[in-house]
Design a binder for this molecule. Structure first.
Ligand SMILES: [Ca+2]
Ligand SMILES: [Ca+2]
Length: 85
């Protein structure tokens, strides 16, 4: 439970202060809506690090060089959101 609370706090901080380095995040495919396609984009590269096969900088929302839970949460917390053009 402590880990979940910590993750929630980190996500909240990152959103509140808008320090995402990837400006496409959370609409990773830039189609105007955050949906399953964006989640799949993260899932495909999940667990990879910069320099490894499969790493995709475009889905590294926080730009830390690792595609992990933080990037997945960044998209999931905005799931269903329709973004202005
Ligand atoms: Ca999208
Ligand atoms: Ca990341």
């Amino acid at each position: 439970m402590v880990a979940i609370a910590w993750i929630q706090m980190m996500v909240r901080v990152q959103y509140n202060y808008r320090i995402w380095k990837n400006t496409n995040c959370p609409d990773l495919n830039s189609d105007g809506i955050v949906n399953i396609m964006d989640l799949i984009s993260v899932a495909v590269s999940f667990g990879t690090s910069r320099g490894e096969a499969g790493y995709n900088v475009a889905v590294d929302c926080n730009g830390d060089g690792v595609i992990d839970l933080m990037d997945l949460i960044a998209v999931a917390t905005k799931f269903g959101q329709v973004l202005p053009n």
